[in-house]
Design a protein around this ligand. Sequence first.
Ligand SMILES: Cc1cc2nc3c(=O)[nH]c(=O)nc-3n(C[C@H](O)[C@H](O)[C@H](O)COP(=O)(O)O)c2cc1C
Length: 205
Amino acid sequence: MTTILHLNSSVRSTDSISRQLTGEFVQKLQAAHPGARVIERDLAKQPVPHLSEQMMGAYFTPAEQRSDEQKRIVQLSDDLVAELQSADVVIIGAPMYNFSISSTLKAWIDHVARAGVTFKYNEQGQPVGLVNGKKFYVFTSRGGVYSSGPAKALDFHETYLRGVLGFLGITDITFVHTEGVAMGEQAVNSALANSRSAMDALIAA
Ligand SMILES: Cc1cc2nc3c(=O)[nH]c(=O)nc-3n(C[C@H](O)[C@H](O)[C@H](O)COP(=O)(O)O)c2cc1C
């Protein structure tokens, strides 16, 4: 059975382009894989906590020495890692905020990027990602255009996600960018049409 992990991170509960497109894509994937299990995690509506001194302390305390509070903190991270590891396909709605991802998506990454759990260093000191064999689809939405043109150098959005996910061993990542959505209704409609065509091509592939 295919397991799909669906993450959203737009602060908008209505009119969000990334929410709309990830929702449509999950529906299409479900139609293509009847019986697929979908795990929904809304990082904006139910944010995971930002990194804290307590979290760091809990992670670096050996399991048998953790206090009840430290066990609770580590449990959330363990649950998020288990969700990620259980998924065959991960779909992320990732709006661009200030040239990169939302702080809530970053907080999720801070919970799942765990030394000895989702990555390790080999004897040569090289990082080895421990999250393998997954297909990631990232639906971005951006006010401007960054995939080409003068603002390309300001894309810390795709570059960051490719970097950090790659560090965890996740290299099969497809980005669908809906760009220029602050450039008027025609630009929005055209960007949405392009993203929906890309989505159909991905389902048909
Ligand atoms: C706080 C904030 C910061 C933003 N920063 C950028 C930015 O740096 N570059 C950009 O092109 N658009 C930026 N935008 C526009 C969003 O990327 C755009 O509205 C996108 O559609 C939001 O995703 P959503 O439709 O899923 O909510 C920003 C929007 C907000 C609310």
